[in-house]
Design a protein around this ligand. Structure first.
Ligand SMILES: CC(C)(COP(=O)(O)OP(=O)(O)OC[C@H]1O[C@@H](n2cnc3c(N)ncnc32)[C@H](O)[C@@H]1OP(=O)(O)O)[C@@H](O)C(=O)NCCC(=O)NCCS
Length: 129
């Protein structure tokens, strides 16, 4: 988290008083200069506080923060068996661009990774190389 903050990237925390309900953050999609306009985010809401719209608020705030930093594309890497996250991102304007079978493994089975992305400004928008 410190490394992200040092890069000027946000770490957003949803809280009620002293109780942390969830958080979201993003980092570089890939650690090469050619990918510097793309970020990959993560969002997590405590199990007791899901279904209240908090995940959506955090994703929307991350999108706004990435836009403000001049990023072009935001990417979510989602377990194919995670309908909540797939729906959350579809509702927030992300579209599926890749589905990679059996690239992860947990709890004795292979996991599918779904990439969803959202263009933050406009498709084809220009940036310096
Ligand atoms: C995915 C996650 C962040 C969603 O957060 P949340 O605060 O519960 O989501 P919201 O209440 O903002 O709901 C956003 C949308 O997702 C839908 N959704 C939420 N939980 C759902 C579920 N279990 N099944 C299907 N859809 C679901 C909501 O209905 C809503 O869509 P709608 O506007 O069409 O009704 C949360 O479940 C979580 O932290 N999961 C574990 C970590 C994780 O999977 N992170 C994402 C990795 S990229």
């Amino acid at each position: 988290m410190k490394a992200r903050l040092a890069l000027g990237y946000p770490v957003l925390v949803a809280a009620e008083g002293p109780v942390v309900l969830g958080y979201g953050t993003f980092g570089d999609f890939r650690a090469f200069p050619g990918y510097r306009y793309s970020v990959e985010h993560s969002v997590y809401i405590h199990v007791d506080h899901r279904g209240r719209g908090l995940g959506r608020v955090i994703v929307d705030e991350l999108v706004a923060a990435a836009n403000a930093l001049g990023k072009h594309v935001m990417i979510a890497g989602i377990d194919g068996g995670n309908p909540a996250s797939l729906r959350l991102h579809a509702q927030a304007g992300f579209v599926e661009v890749a589905r990679m079978p059996e690239v992860g493994r947990k709890f004795g089975r292979w996991l599918e990774l779904v990439f969803m992305q959202r263009v933050l400004d406009a498709p084809g928008a220009s940036r310096p190389d």
